[in-house]
Design a protein around this ligand. Structure first.
Ligand code: FAD
Length: 392
């Protein structure tokens, strides 16, 4: 039954993560952004404490927690340090989740325990230079040579591609067109012929970069086939996209956490800062901003919790997750921008974390499916049919 109120155990978990994140990660949150440095020391701390195993079944060294718990975890991490949170988001909700729900027993035993200990870190390679929103236009191809799959092509925008030990690569198999023929391989970073490009220079999330990844005749052992694409069916593609449901849910939860962090900074500031001889808090125009921000955060949070608890077979509810991501992606832009506005010029400087939070939150309206494509998806579910986006 979907929850509308968290139980005491989850509230306790939230408090524990909040204390932990503030103690361990708040002091250097600005540093990772400023220096554009990957927070490796934080990754090690998270691995040592077992947080990467939150969603992984106990059998493979994890905790086997429900998605609502990992959503709460990334929400609290994002409130404090977005760059550290990105490691959590990819590690908890990305490839390891796909392996948990789609992998063979042998793959689970081989890949999941080292994810929990932090010895392996996965990245997801889906997007290509000519296949972003039009993801089924991807061209990277795996050819069966009898012994291995030989992978050729190039991917872009792979988050943490330069730090990952392994990639979950979506690619084509056989001659299928569009969604037909798309499947996925697990590829070791040290495979001959695999090359990672220079990290993209970007606006936010600057401690957790995206990179190109190139595959030149990369031999991938057959035992690393996660899902084979079929020339006649798009089932494999759909399965893979569904397996990223927790990732979309986590994306929305992160927006809630970031917005909450910005809101708290603004909430404190308006009580101290005086203009016209009065604290800003006493102006009705400012009070209304607080009311709108709190309402928007609350609405997004409820949507995320509802989607996460409406879980079936390891997937959060697809429509509710898509709606939650859309709403939270736009909400975080409004809330972080208002929080900055309430600080006047100081908000525009790096004396406060607001300009950073605003930059960090912006990318989520693009990554994991743009808000425009999310609207297409929701409309298709509402109207009961998919509308072909291609020129006929
Ligand atoms: C922070 C971040 C992290 C990311 N991490 C990863 C990752 O780890 N792995 C990975 O594979 N990819 C990743 N991506 C890439 C992301 O999935 C793509 O950026 C996204 O799918 C959009 O593709 P595109 O950038 O090529 O934009 P395009 O597809 O070129 O779209 C450009 C604009 O046109 C709009 N548009 C396109 N088609 C339509 C349509 N039919 N109707 C209405 N509007 C449309 C889009 O919404 C967008 O606003 C990441 C992106 C970001 C920003």
């Amino acid at each position: 039954m979907p929850l509308f109120k968290l139980g005491d155990d989850l509230e306790e978990f939230r408090s524990e993560v909040r204390r932990f994140a503030e103690k361990e990660f708040s002091a250097k949150a600005a540093y990772w952004d400023e220096a554009e440095e990957f927070p490796e020391e934080n990754r090690k701390t998270l691995a040592e404490l077992g947080y990467f195993g939150l969603l992984i079944p106990e059998k493979y060294g994890g905790v086997g927690a429900p998605i609502i718990q990992s959503a709460l975890f990334v929400e609290e991490m994002a409130r404090v340090c977005f760059n550290t949170c990105t490691i959590c988001q990819i590690t908890l909700h990305g490839p390891s989740r796909a392996i948990t729900v789609l992998g063979s027993e042998e793959q689970k035993q081989r890949f999941l325990p080292p994810v929990v200990t932090g010895d392996y870190m996965f990245a997801i390679s889906i997007s290509e230079p000519d296949a972003g929103s039009a993801v089924t236009d991807m061209r990277t191809k795996a050819v069966d040579d009898g012994e291995n799959y030989v992978l050729n092509g190039s991917k872009c925008f792979t988050t943490l591609g330069n730090y990952a030990s392994h990639f979950l690569v979506m690619c084509r198999f056989g001659e299928g067109k569009g969604a037909r023929g798309i499947g996925a391989l697990i590829v070791d970073k040290n495979s001959p012929g695999l090359e990672v490009g220079i990290p993209d220079k970007k606006m936010g999330g600057r401690g957790a970069p995206e990179c190109d990844v190139f595959f030149h005749d990369v031999k991938v052992p057959k035992k690393n086939l996660l899902v084979e694409g079929s020339s006649t069916s798009s089932k494999s593609f759909k399965l893979l996209m569904d397996s990223f449901g927790p990732e979309r849910c986590g994306n929305a939860a992160i927006c809630v956490g970031l917005a909450q962090g910005a809101y708290e900074v603004a909430h404190a500031y308006i009580q101290e800062r005086e203009q016209f001889g009065r604290p800003l808090m006493e102006f009705q125009g400012i009070q209304w901003k607080i009311a709108d921000m709190a309402t928007q955060i609350h609405a997004a949070r409820m949507m995320v919790y509802r989607a996460a608890t409406n879980e079936k077979d390891g997937f959060p509810d697809p429509k509710e997750t898509t709606m939650a991501k859309l709403f939270a992606n736009e909400m975080v832009q409004k809330v972080t921008s208002e929080a900055l506005q309430m600080h006047g010029h100081y908000g525009y400087t790096r004396a406060f974390p607001l300009e950073r939070m605003m930059r960090d939150g912006r990318g989520y309206a693009v990554g994991g499916g743009t808000v425009e494509i999310l609207r297409n998806t929701i409309a298709a579910m509402e109207l009961g049919r998919t509308f072909d986006q291609r020129r006929s």
